[in-house]
Design a protein around this ligand. Structure first.
Ligand SMILES: NC(=O)c1ccc[n+]([C@@H]2O[C@H](COP(=O)([O-])OP(=O)(O)OC[C@H]3O[C@@H](n4cnc5c(N)ncnc54)[C@H](OP(=O)(O)O)[C@@H]3O)[C@@H](O)[C@H]2O)c1
Length: 333
């Protein structure tokens, strides 16, 4: 491979001229260390990418920097024993796009141990349509199933329903036969779309997390997939059915909540933490294999993916931070 190749990358800078971002021409020698070079075909846009695009996000510690926590593409050079030029791969997590230059670039240099072969049954575009958000949704579903939640136990509430994690959770759960209730701040504009990807009914955020005085409320949901967190979690915990669970993955609604012990000790409710960044490689392989096959979220992939270019990133990243996402945006490199 030619060493002097020049390519496009979306770069954030923070120096004496202030904070700014835009598409720049970079060379391979500007990329960090790694044993595999990938020609990136698609990347995805996640809430964390929004945070990486502004100094207030406080997650990027080194500038100039290329964000993009997801990428899929073709290996063009490798000294890693598992990969050779021509292999099709994807990468999510491991702090790529946070501490290591990420996917908003036509080339990325990565550690081979972070990569997964693109599963048969998924194109690069579909893999990035799913991305970290869809993978996190699938981890959440897997955690609920491992904890004994079945479709016959009753409805499952999904919060932040129009977002990446939420929309893919709806698509997967409905495919597995669950009765899915979508909680959203956009019920009036996106309610029909949420039903088209698999929700059986749609409620507003306020309805889902209505305040109640007691330490417990009437039992409503067998489980909750919650990428929103924040104060509403206190109300959700009071409404989960006996032996139910909440799979908690995010904080778009805030990082703090108050709770009592009662849902846990009187109803056996489980609060399940979900992490996609450092989850074990065997888990990644298992979950991506399902996403390419019996859990493939066809409805969300068909109806919820918007393809953009690198130049459009500033608007999309600003929109995701304002909570405007409906489905997933992906970047074609
Ligand atoms: N644990 C992990 O490994 C992991 C992996 C991926 C993502 N996450 C986290 O999960 C969260 C969601 O990620 P995402 O990629 O799905 O983001 P996203 O596409 O931006 O979706 C977030 C959704 O949350 C809802 N929302 C936004 N602001 C809100 C607020 N103030 N109060 C209540 N709801 C609000 C909105 O949905 P509605 O309008 O429909 O309510 C929005 O579409 C983020 O916090 C992200 O960092 C964690």
């Amino acid at each position: 491979m030619k060493k002097d190749i020049i390519f496009d990358a979306f770069v954030v800078r923070n120096d004496h001229q202030g904070f700014r971002s835009g598409v720049e021409a970079w060379g391979l020698d500007q990329l960090p260390e790694g044993d595999v070079i990938v020609k990136v075909l698609y990347s995805g846009v996640n809430y964390k990418d929004g945070l990486a695009s502004t100094p207030e996000g406080k997650i990027v510690k080194r500038y100039p920097f290329i964000p993009g926590i997801d990428l899929a593409g073709t290996v063009v050079e490798s000294t890693h024993p598992s990969y050779k030029p021509g292999d099709q791969v994807l990468c999510t997590g491991y702090e790529v796009g946070v501490t290591h230059e990420g996917g908003y670039s036509q080339y990325a240099r990565l550690k081979g141990e972070w990569l997964l072969p693109l599963p048969e049954g998924l194109t690069h575009k579909e893999a990035m349509g799913i991305g970290t958000a869809g993978f996190t949704a699938a981890l959440s579903v897997a955690s609920l199933l491992r904890n004994g939640i079945n479709p016959k136990d009753g409805p499952v509430l999904v919060t932040g329903a129009t977002g990446g994690v939420g929309s893919f959770a709806i698509s997967i759960l409905s495919k597995l036969g669950f009765n899915v209730i979508a909680s959203t701040g956009k019920a009036s504009t996106q309610g029909e779309w949420l039903k088209s990807i698999g929700a059986s009914s749609v409620v507003t955020r306020e309805e889902a997390a209505a305040e109640s005085k007691g330490v417990l409320s009437s039992e409503q949901w067998a489980a909750v997939i919650d990428p929103v967190g924040g104060t509403q979690l206190s109300s959700l915990l009071k409404r989960v059915k006996y032996d139910g669970a909440i799979a908690l993955s995010g904080l778009t609604g805030g990082g703090q909540f108050e709770a009592t012990v009662y849902p846990f000790i009187l109803r056996g409710v489980k609060l399940l933490g979900i992490d996609s960044v450092f989850c074990r490689m065997e888990t990644r392989q298992e979950i991506w294999a399902k996403l390419a096959d019996e859990w493939k979220p066809e409805s969300a992939l068909r109806l919820g993916i918007h393809v953009h270019t690198l130049n459009e990133l500033p608007d999309i990243l600003a929109g995701i931070l304002r909570g405007e996402a409906a489905g997933r945006s992906i970047i074609s490199l």
